[in-house]
Ligand binder design. Structure first.
Ligand code: ADP
Ligand code: MG
Length: 326
């Protein structure tokens, strides 16, 4: 059973950044407004996520580590809707199977909170403790009992970059939440509550503010909105390129091509535009068979959306007179 648990865990948790993603998404689901992420050694020895969300009762906390003990499935459709974040009750049991977990959680209305210690899926301790309202989950020594997995991890620099990328993707769909990242006792990121444009500036630097061009299209196939950079900005730097669908980060090489095509048609060179593009579509129109860790998504009507995106970007670039004379 413990082997089965570890194998199942490998599906969900591939590296420290997967832990960060799952814990932070849970905090958001719990209504947190301020989320603090603490990591040591690029997440190898410690990942802690502390939130001010609704907390858990002692029973909730125990249940959260049982497989499929999600509190989030309201209907069968939810299983497939990308609007619901994350896995269905897989994340915490998977994390607990391959690490040493410490949970501290208290609901506002409870006098005492709960402390849980779980090691390789085994509950080692459960007791009442005094703690703040909200939840703190620490994940220590990831893959301590799965040497093959531990060996598979990349350099600290790569693993911390992965963690940063996950936080950035989440922060870009939750600009109204506060995030901080503490790495080896030093605060390396602090994002105060903001609007989307300000959140982009917090991540990219203030210089980007004058460079962002609004895009927006509302069609029967869904809504597309966000920002593309002016072409001049694209030229100067490595670009940040983000697509989100229903508030979830995706990679989409085909839609990427729509953006670059729009740029190329206007400035006839191969620039790397910066863009933050958000799709809102009916979840039913997305491929339901994708694995939740995969960032690739297939849309129905991809060709039509490609056209709409390309034309929208092109028109927005033109309208803002962003085209340099050659
Ligand atoms: P899922 O998110 O799909 O429900 P998880 O394994 O990630 O599955 O979490 C299991 C359950 O634990 C959640 O449904 C939620 O009830 C509870 N939970 C996890 N993290 C938190 C948190 N930070 N605050 C409050 N409840 C939480
Ligand atoms: Mg979850």
């Amino acid at each position: 059973d413990s082997i089965a648990n570890q194998i199942a865990a490998g599906e969900v948790i591939q590296r420290p950044s997967s832990v960060v993603k799952e814990l932070v998404e849970n905090s958001i689901d719990a209504g947190a407004e301020h989320i603090q992420i603490v990591i040591k050694d690029a997440g190898r020895t410690l990942i802690t996520v502390i939130d001010d969300g609704k907390g858990m009762s002692p029973t909730d906390a125990r249940m959260a580590f049982e497989r499929h003990a999600t509190s989030k499935i309201k209907s069968a459709d939810d299983l497939f809707a990308l609007t619901t974040m994350g896995f269905r009750g897989e994340a915490l049991p998977s994390i607990a199977a391959i690490s040493q977990v410490e949970v501290k959680s208290r609901r506002e209305e409870d006098e005492l909170g709960t402390l849980l210690l779980i090691s390789g899926s085994r509950l080692e301790k459960q007791e009442f403790i005094a703690c703040g309202a909200g939840t703190s989950i620490s994940v220590k020594n990831i893959f301590y009992n799965v040497p093959a997995r531990r060996k598979f991890l990349k350099s600290n620099e790569t693993e911390r970059r992965n963690i940063f990328n996950e936080i950035e993707r989440i922060a870009l769909v939750h600009p109204h939440l506060e995030f901080s990242l503490i790495e080896n006792d030093e605060e390396t990121l602090h994002l105060t509550k903001a609007g989307l444009k300000q959140r982009i500036a917090q991540l990219e630097g203030k210089n980007i503010l004058q460079q962002l061009i609004d895009i927006e299209a509302e069609t029967a196939l869904g809504k597309i909105y966000g920002y593309v950079s002016r072409p001049e900005y694209a030229k100067k730097r490595n670009s940040s390129q983000f697509f989100f669908v229903n508030n979830r980060y995706i990679r989409h090489p085909y839609f990427h091509k729509a953006v670059t095509t729009a740029f190329e048609q206007l400035i006839s060179s191969d620039e790397k535009p910066t863009y933050y593009i958000y799709f809102e579509v009916d979840p039913e129109s997305l491929d339901v068979n994708i694995h939740p860790t995969k960032t690739e998504v297939k849309f129905e009507n991809e060709q039509a959306l490609w056209q709409i995106l390309m034309v929208t970007v092109k028109e927005s670039l033109g309208k803002f007179n962003a085209v340099p004379t050659i």
